[in-house]
Design a protein around this ligand. Structure first.
Ligand code: NAP
Length: 286
């Protein structure tokens, strides 16, 4: 069965849009996300523009700041600090990857933790790993919601995650562990990847490499979450999983596009709303 991220995300967005409608009366305004994009890469521009349009469609205020690729790190940090101070801004997202002359880690930790809608700030990461309240990174959060939407409970299952990035692999491994799965994390130095993937009840593939997993590498009934966003030789979007050979063996599988991707943006909305509400907490009428 297809795990239809588009449909689940649409329901989540509709629910968020309903909540947004109630906010001006309660708090005087709607949540405001600022996205900073460095450089004029056309694909990133389209992606950021679509993100802005989706936010506006759901009732958020959305601002996109496009800075030249040669912007210095100092200038970018100054811009972030000024947005940190700006009372009208609830969420700040700096589009990654950044040009080489800018240190992403420095940028991420400069964003005020209360406005870190991506959940990448070291304090948010620490809180996630200590099971404290935090902003959970959007893609892993979206994957857990997709599993829940299909009634798939990770408890007692063997979850295999391929990829150990701070953005996807590590946080989703932690969320699966918190949901009582037994978790194996694989990477480029994993000795026999197929041996690990065949033992998976739930398989998360986040490598950025098309066809990392093929049909011979999975067992019957596996649940597959394909995080990859790649272009094949014909320029068509594809994931990290060879869908055609894996789908017949899977009990559930996410398509690309239309699987994990739409959930990421819906969860970004949820995180932005959460940052807004956290900022108003204590000042808000019940
Ligand atoms: P990343 O930082 O490049 O990490 C890739 C991870 O995969 C690394 O840990 C790497 O291992 C591992 N890996 C790569 N090739 C492998 C192989 N052949 N066998 C085993 N492990 C392998 O990538 P990311 O940021 O996590 O993103 C992964 C993919 O998800 C990309 O396609 C990205 O575009 C996509 N993505 C999609 C969404 C969405 O919303 N749909 C969101 C975020 C990312 P090492 O650590 O050993 O190098």
């Amino acid at each position: 069965m297809i795990l239809d991220g588009k449909a689940v995300a649409a329901a989540l967005k509709a629910d968020i849009a309903e909540q947004i409608k109630t906010l001006p009366e309660r708090f005087g305004r709607v949540p405001h996300l600022v996205v900073i994009l460095l450089g004029e890469d056309p694909a990133s521009q389209v992606y950021v523009r679509n993100k802005g349009l989706a936010f506006e469609a759901a009732g958020f205020r959305s601002t996109t700041v496009v800075l030249p690729a040669e912007t210095t790190e100092e200038a970018l940090l100054a811009r972030i600090r000024s947005l940190n101070e700006d009372e009208s801004v609830d969420g700040i997202l700096v589009q990654l990857p950044l040009p080489r002359h800018i240190d992403s880690a420095t940028v991420i930790r400069t964003i005020a933790v209360g406005k870190d809608v991506d959940g990448f700030h070291p304090l948010n990461v620490a809180a996630l790993w200590q099971k404290l309240p935090c902003i959970v990174p959007c893609t892993p959060k979206g994957m857990m919601k997709l599993l829940a939407s299909a009634g798939i409970d990770p408890c007692g299952k063997h979850a295999v995650v391929i990829g150990r990035s701070n953005i996807v692999g590590l946080p989703v491994a932690k969320l699966l562990l918190d949901a009582n799965a037994t978790v194996t994390v694989c990477h480029t130095r994993t000795a026999n990847l197929a041996e690990q993937t065949r033992r998976a009840d739930i398989l998360v593939v986040a490598t950025g490499r098309p066809k990392t997993v093929t049909g011979d590498m999975v067992s019957d009934g596996v649940v597959v979450l394909d995080v990859g966003v790649n272009r094949d030789k014909e320029g068509k979007l594809c994931g990290d999983v060879d869908f055609d050979s894996v789908a017949p063996k899977a009990s559930f599988i996410t398509p690309v596009p239309g699987g994990v991707g739409p959930m990421t943006i819906a969860c970004l909305m949820e995180n932005t709303l959460e940052c807004f509400l956290n900022r108003f907490r204590g000042q808000a009428p019940e």
